[in-house]
Design a protein. Structure first.
Length: 505
């Protein structure tokens, strides 16, 4: 298990890196995260919804993602409640108190069963924890950190982000706040995001081993531009680049500027990663109307709160700015919840329970929220090119007329979405990862925006993603003690690990 001293310590990256390193050694490996809280999700080929981070880790392991790899997914709908997705299907909404008061403990048998099945069919399973294993207020009901580690007797490696500072205190404190039984599973530490000369760190690592009796199994350097799928969009920096990717010069004379409205409960913001991967395309998240002024394309992304996001757009003045763009024939793209907001009317007695709400009125679409969630992996054509995507939504869109379909089948019959002028909408997440379609769409956007932008003819998003996953594997292979990691995989928990007082309260 890869646990962390904090959220965003690098658990997802390290788990993916270990998976890629192992599969390159000929090991059949699978990722696993018992419980994930994320608004970035993915649909498997079996129509199951899981966290995108686990789908990315499955790609790193070169296996097809399944719900076994993320049996419990929590999708926040506000500060106090989440939709619970169990084995890929939504089973209802629960408050945080209701979940931790009993429901979570009931799921332990389910998650241990999924882990056992993965262990039966693979040589190795790399588990990812959540948050910190030392969240002592939640330990009794924990099923994702030491709870699952204890149940399945899994050795645990704790990752700490040294770029945040305080990594030695974090390692020591995390260990010292675990019970004796939990500490007996903590086999060592991994330092993440180190900058500088590793020899300067070694005295601290030696002292840490003396204090805890545990080795540091690697010091991973800070790596720019990894660009992998993250668990959620809460940490996205507004007015910052969507990724730390290397900015390539434009293929044509102009760059193309994309502004993504950072709506509340933003989901699957990874949809715009494929745009950011294009040479000459600059993608930024924005939250003010004046930031749309120089944008060639405005994207309304998905959200777990369509009605709430719609109100936010109006309160901020963004709705009026988007309407002006549409009237001027300047491109706007809505994806999933963003598509729904562009319509005429939303009837929602499911998600927000707000009843009938007026949309932005830019597309002839009426949306009704259904109790059953649509989960699908559609394939179609748009702008003359093949498109693949995935659908995750309660909203059912009815195009009322006066618009051409966005996505169609091979016969030209409409499958999803619509377009009026330079305003486009679709429920399909991930469609921009289809290279030929993305290039065709960007050519249309550039023409509507009056930009001399030309998409590069050879950008392959799938190839770029594979290169990033290989970089993660390289980080593990070159900077971690891979012999020690293999011993943990082969032999399990080391005997005689020291107890670090005081232990759990």
């Amino acid at each position: 298990m890869v646990a962390g001293t904090t959220s965003d310590a690098g658990k997802s990256v390290v788990t993916a890196g270990i998976c890629r390193w192992l599969v390159r050694q000929g090991v059949r490996v699978a990722p696993f995260k018992a419980q994930n809280m994320s608004l970035n999700s993915f649909v498997t080929r079996q129509g199951e919804e899981i966290g995108r981070a686990q789908a990315m880790q499955a790609a790193a392991a070169r296996v097809e993602p399944t719900a076994l790899m993320n049996p419990v997914l929590l999708k926040p709908g506000g500060d106090r409640s989440s939709q619970v997705v169990l084995l890929g299907k939504p089973v209802g909404e629960l408050s945080a108190r209701g979940y931790h008061a009993g429901r979570q403990e009931q799921l332990l048998d389910t998650v241990t069963g999924c882990l056992a099945e993965l262990r039966r069919t693979h040589d190795a399973v790399i588990c990812e924890g959540a948050g910190s294993p030392a969240e002592i207020n939640l330990r009794r009901t924990d099923i994702v950190n030491m709870g699952i580690a204890r149940a399945a007797r899994i050795p645990v490696v704790v990752v700490g982000d040294i770029d945040r500072g305080g990594v030695f205190a974090s390692f020591f404190g995390t260990t010292a706040l675990l019970s004796k039984e939990d500490q007996a599973l903590v086999a060592g530490y991994l330092v993440n995001k180190f900058r500088g000369d590793v020899t300067l760190l070694e005295p601290g690592l030696d002292m840490l081993r003396g204090l805890t009796g545990r080795p540091t199994l690697g010091v991973l350097p800070f790596a720019h531009g990894l660009g992998i799928d993250e668990e959620d969009g809460m940490g996205v920096s507004l007015r910052g680049a969507v990724r730390e990717s290397v900015v390539a010069p434009p293929h044509g004379a102009d760059v193309l500027r994309v502004a993504v409205c950072a709506v509340p409960l933003m989901s699957n913001f990874t949809d715009v990663d494929a745009l950011a991967a294009e040479p000459g395309v600059v993608v930024r998240f924005v939250d003010r109307p004046e930031e749309l002024a120089d944008a060639d394309l405005v994207v309304l992304p998905g959200t777990r709160g369509t009605v709430r996001a719609l109100g936010w757009l109006r309160e901020r003045g963004l709705a009026a700015a988007i309407a002006r763009r549409a009237a001027e024939g300047r491109p706007v793209l809505g994806i999933c919840g963003g598509f729904q907001m562009l319509g005429e009317r939303i009837e929602d007695d499911v998600e927000s329970k707000a009843g009938t709400v007026e949309g932005l009125g830019l597309l002839p679409v009426r949306v009704r929220f259904a109790a059953e969630k649509t989960l699908a992996r559609p394939v179609g054509r748009a702008l003359g090119e093949r498109v693949e995507g995935y659908e995750i939504h309660h909203g059912v869109a009815e195009v009322t007329g006066g618009a051409e379909a966005f996505m169609s089948d091979d016969r030209g019959d409409g499958l999803d979405g619509c377009r009026v002028g330079a305003v486009w909408g679709t429920h399909w997440h991930g469609s921009l990862e289809s290279d030929a379609f993305r290039r065709a769409f960007l050519r249309r956007v550039a023409a509507d925006a009056g930009r001399a932008f030309v998409p590069a003819p050879d950008t392959s998003f799938g190839t770029l993603r594979e290169e990033q996953l290989d970089r993660l594997g390289d980080l593990i292979e070159e900077h971690a003690d891979t012999d020690a990691l293999l011993r943990l995989i082969e032999d399990g928990v080391p005997e005689g690990l020291a107890f670090v007082p005081p232990g759990a309260p």
